[in-house]
Design a protein around this ligand. Structure first.
Ligand code: ADP
Length: 194
């Protein structure tokens, strides 16, 4: 059984936390574009230096850069039996790039999971995370901008997957464990697996 899944949701919805838990539950690698960028920044690579300018302002990294990173990652052999994309695609252009990467191997995505949380939850969660993890883009100004970018750029891609009949919406309020089991159950139901 292979699962090719997208995990999305507003900043602070819990994508990173749930990506790890869900990938373990389903036995597929989790691929986070945000994490790849943070690793590139830590290594001070060319990609990292370019990405940093966008990330620290709460803007999206340009599609050409992001698509290339994903293309390279999906070429790794651990993705053959499926994968969970965390935070990608986030724009309509990224949807198209992903579709054509997969079409080269006669593949397509199975489902997009949206972890839904109210906007009012976002800021509190991210400010709390800032205290723990110290992420540079978790300041009040940058958080507000990231939420605006999410509504503008990313909500249309959720609509696109809704139209494809591949959207699974999960209530993101609850314990990590509760949300994880909702996601696993929602994915299995949408793919018709017991
Ligand atoms: P969050 O969803 O909380 O913002 P992420 O770790 O997913 O956290 O992303 C952090 C930042 O990395 C984003 O604000 C953006 O600048 C950049 N980024 C991550 N994924 C993408 C993507 N698919 N396209 C463009 N930029 C991205």
């Amino acid at each position: 059984m292979s699962f090719r899944l997208i995990l999305t949701g507003a900043p602070g919805a819990g994508k990173g936390t749930q990506a790890g838990a869900v990938s373990e539950a389903l036995g597929i690698p989790a691929i986070s574009t945000g994490e790849i960028f943070r690793a590139e920044i830590a290594n001070k690579s060319d990609i990292g230096l370019e990405a940093q300018r966008y990330i620290s302002a709460g803007n999206l990294v340009p599609d050409t850069v992001t698509n290339e990173i994903v293309r390279r990652r999906l070429a790794q052999p651990d993705t053959v039996n499926g994968f969970l994309l965390d935070g990608y695609p986030r724009t309509l252009e990224q949807i198209e790039a992903l579709d054509s990467m997969l079409a080269e191997n006669d593949q397509s995505m199975d489902a997009m999971i949206v972890i839904a949380i109210p906007d009012e939850e976002v800021e509190g969660r991210l400010l709390k995370r800032a205290e723990i993890e110290g992420r540079a883009d978790d300041t009040p100004e940058v958080i507000a901008h990231r939420v605006a970018v999410y509504h503008e750029a990313t909500e249309p891609i959720i609509e696109a997957y809704r139209k494809r009949g591949k959207l699974v919406t999960i209530d993101g309020i609850g314990t990590i464990e509760e949300v994880r089991s909702r996601i696993v159950a929602g994915v299995k139901e949408s793919l018709g697996i017991n």
